[in-house]
Each structure stands twice: as C-alpha cells, then as structure tokens.
Design a protein around this ligand. Structure first.
Ligand code: FAD
Length: 445
C-alpha cells in the first residue's frame, strides 16, 4: 500500500506544479467557434486553466442568436447577428454538427435558425461552458507583450457598466465571427438613389417590401434566399449579379440582370449591359468585411484588409505570434466541423504536442500557398475561400495533432447538398438525410 503521507505530499506538489504550468486562454466571442474553443480547453484541465470567454452581447450563439434590432444596441455598439427571421440552414444537420455532438435526431435535416440556437445552448450546457463566459463584455484591445523568449497577451475588455479591465493571458482565440461588418461595394452616384438602401445584415423579414421593386445586388447564399423570400410576398425583384446567368427555375417575381454600375443623377439604376431601371429599394447582399477593432495589425505583422487577413499559418495563426489563433476565418466551409479541427490543432500547438516550423518557414509556406492560388486565377478577395480544399485541410490538422479526422460521410453529404442547391435552390431543403455509417448516407422520406 502506498504511504498516505508520501502520497499526499506528492499529490500536493503535482497539483501546484500543474497550477503553475496551466495556460490561461482568452476566447473572444461565445458563438459556435468560441463555444467550441471553450469546450476543448475545458476538456484538457491538465494543460489549461479554465478559459475566460468574452462575449459582447447578453447571450451565446453569435450569428444564431436572432435579434430583430438593426443598427446599434443601446450601448451604441453595432448589432452583431445578421440572421433573418425565416432563415433555414443551408447545410443539413447531419454535416453541420460538431463531430462529437449530434443534433436532436427527431429534427428534419434543414433547420430553422431557432433550432441551431437551441443546439448551441445544449452544447454550452452539456460542457458547462456558461460559468466561464463574461456576457456584455467587449474586448477592446489585444496586445502582445514580448519578454525574452516569451509572449503573453494583454487583453483589455469593457463591461456593461463601462468598467475597463486589462488581464494577461498566455494565448488568445479570436472567435468574433466575420458576418457582421457589411461590405458595400463602391457604386458611383449611390447617394442619388431616392429609395431605401440596405445591406442584408439589416434585413429581417420580407413583409415590408411587399409590392415594392427591389434590386438585390449579389446572388450568393443570402442574395438568392432573400430574393426568393421577397418574391413570395409579391415584391418585384431584380437579382443583379456578375455570375453566369442562373439556369435553375426561379420564382416568377425574380428577373436576373447584370451588375449595377451606377445610380444616375435622377435616381435611376444603370446596369452593366447598359439598361436602366427604377427601384424602391437597393438591397446589398454583397458579403462582409473582416474587422478586428481590438487588434493592431502592424504590431502583429499582419495585413488585415476587408477580404483578407495574412499571413496566417494554416489559416490560423500569425507566424510572428503563434499563440494567437483565428478560428473560422475561412469562407465556404462546413463551419462547425472546421472550427472543431482548428481548435484541436491550436490546443495541440499550445500544449506542445505539435511543434510548428520556424517563423520564416511558416511565412514561406503561406506565401507559396497564396501565390499558387493567385496563379490559378483566384482573385485576391477570394483567397480565404476554402471550398474543396477544406477536407484535405481538416485531415492534415487531424493527422498532425492526432485527433480523429472527419468521417468521409461529411464530405460526401456536403457535396451532394451543394449539388442539390445549385439545381433546386427553392426546394433542396425539403430533403431529409440519415447517416448510415462513417462513409454512407441515405435519403429518407
Ligand atoms: P459568430 O456566430 O458571429 O459569433 C461571434 C461572437 O463573438 C458573437 O457572439 C459576438 O457577439 C462576439 N464578439 C464579436 N466581437 C467581440 C468583441 N470585440 N468582444 C467580445 N465578443 C465579441 N453556417 C452553417 O453551418 N450553416 C448555415 O446554414 C449557415 N447559415 C448562415 C446564414 C447567415 C445569414 C450567416 C450570416 C451565416 C451563416 N452560417 C451558416 C455561417 C455562420 O456564421 C457559422 O455557422 C457560425 O455561426 C459562425 O460562428 P462564429 O462563432 O465564428 O461567429
């Protein structure tokens, strides 16, 4: 039998050693990415102290926390969520879920946003994350402090009473999302437009647009969905975009046009093909900018532009400061599984189970990857679009950090749904799927 005294003593020493060695992580944002970061930090109590999750609003969920308000909150900060009332997910729950946390199996595959919010609440509850979230607390500044070989981070936050606080952490996870700051392309003469100008960030529901003529700029996910919603309430929609003409059936209230190039002096809208039209509303569905008000790009040797943050090794961390991680920065991905892989990889870097190459090597790799994309003809503003590369990316992270890769069925169902979306944008959400194994799914009634 072990000597109880020795045992107690050694336990004591071990605990205090651990306590000294535990890393303190700040997580900015309690949306899906921040919750995922907190969940994995909490599951590694031997390496990490309990995280501090800073959340601007009074709730978890980020994008999925529907807020009818538009513009600013009472405290003057801009409303975060761009969710609209009748949105249903564009991915089925079978692939949208965090790999280790399924949605309720009773639910259909494509969910109203309220169900995703409920799912995130359940995730938060079952991993006991809530006690670690500081609600109504905005991160205002994140500053690296370099002393000899060690970098720590000073995080300054402001709570609802206006009280500012600066605390020190060993690393920071930026999980603040990038669907909040509207990107509005420069359209000459837009100030001449006589009607309403808004961005999809401030669109909530279609009824106010009934009977109006609306020019929707952009035909990606939101542009298409919102056009269909508007047509259903009897708006006349001109879907203006620079993509090849959409060939799938659209509701009769939607006509397509080339991109808007200017608003003329008399308020009429001029399109690229030379045609001119009048409208009551200009609705920009033109995407969002990256915006990190709490970071100083120069200090981090980063370039932060509307559509680009670079260099980020593995789309995650600046080579000059590899204890700062951006979770979920890539576009056109399967978000929750992607966040899960990134978070686990980042924690493996921090706990030493993954060693990163030197700063110069990481910078080289990023430069090479971006250069290859540019040579393939990818526009600079699309360099963070991952699309098909996402599967190999997640597999590489899993392999390096030693966690299970995403099962192949995630990719196969994601790609099938993507195909269906291109052909039947109005009805693909009525299909229901079931996973049969790690490699197979089936369509169910
Ligand atoms: P967010 O959800 O934006 O969360 C960020 C959090 O950070 C927020 O809670 C915010 O308040 C907080 N925060 C921001 N700045 C600060 C600060 N300075 N200090 C403290 N807190 C801060 N994905 C899918 O998988 N399926 C879909 O069907 C789908 N549909 C979408 C529809 C719309 C309209 C939009 C906009 C996105 C959609 N997405 C969809 C993508 C969606 O954004 C991701 O699924 C995911 O919710 C992003 O999570 P996040 O945590 O990265 O960001």
């Amino acid at each position: 039998r072990p000597d109880p005294l020795i045992n107690r003593c050694s336990v004591h020493v071990t605990c205090s050693d651990y306590r000294m060695a535990l890393q303190r992580v700040a997580v900015i944002g309690a949306g899906a990415a921040g919750l995922c970061a907190a969940r994995h930090i909490l599951s590694r109590p031997n390496s990490f102290a309990r995280p501090v999750v800073f959340e601007l609003t009074d709730n978890i969920g980020g994008t999925w926390c529907y807020d009818e308000r538009v513009g600013n909150y009472d405290n003057g900060r801009p409303v975060h969520s761009s969710m609209y009332r009748d949105l249903r997910t564009n991915l089925p729950k079978e692939v949208m879920m965090f790999p280790d946390f399924p949605f309720d199996p009773q639910l259909s595959s494509f969910l109203p946003h309220q169900e995703v919010q409920r799912y995130l609440e359940r995730y938060c509850h079952s991993h006991n994350i809530r006690p670690h979230i500081r609600f109504n607390t905005a991160v205002e500044n994140v500053r690296p402090v370099v002393e000899e070989e060690t970098t720590t981070w000073e995080v300054t936050s402001c709570d609802s009473s206006g009280g500012q606080k600066t605390e020190t952490f060993d690393s920071v996870f930026v999980c603040s999302g990038h669907y909040s700051d509207p990107h509005i392309p420069d359209i000459p003469g837009v100030e001449n437009f006589k009607g309403e100008v808004l961005h999809s960030h401030s669109y909530r529901y279609a009824e106010p647009f009934s009977g109006q003529s609306v020019v929707v700029l952009g035909a990606k996910a939101s542009g298409l969905d919102i056009s269909i919603e508007l047509a259903k309430v009897g708006a006349q929609v001109t879907l203006s975009h620079g993509r090849p003409r959409l060939t799938f059936p659209l509701p009769s209230g939607i006509q397509q046009s080339s991109p808007v190039v200017a608003v003329q002096d008399d308020g009429s809208v001029r399109f690229q093909d030379g045609s001119v039209g009048r409208a009551d509303v200009l609705m920009f569905c033109t995407g969002y900018n990256f915006r990190y008000t709490f970071l100083d790009a120069d200090q981090l040797s980063l370039e932060i532009q509307d559509h680009m943050v670079s260099p980020l090794y593995r789309f995650l961390t600046p080579p000059a400061f590899p204890s700062l991680f951006f979770i979920g920065i890539c576009k056109i991905i399967c978000p929750f599984p992607n966040f899960d892989c990134q978070v686990q990889f980042a924690l493996a870097v921090l706990d030493g189970s993954v060693s990163l190459p030197s700063r110069a090597e990481m910078e080289d790799e990023v430069r090479r990857e971006l250069q290859e994309k540019v040579e393939r003809g990818v526009q600079r503003r699309h360099l963070l679009i991952m699309e098909k590369d996402q599967w190999e990316y997640c597999r590489t992270l899993a392999h390096a950090a030693g966690f299970p890769p995403l099962p192949p069925v995630v990719r196969s169902l994601y790609e099938e749904v993507w195909r269906q979306r291109q052909i039947h944008p109005q009805s693909y959400r009525s299909l229901n799927y079931r996973l049969i194994s790690d490699t197979q799914w089936e369509l169910i009634d």
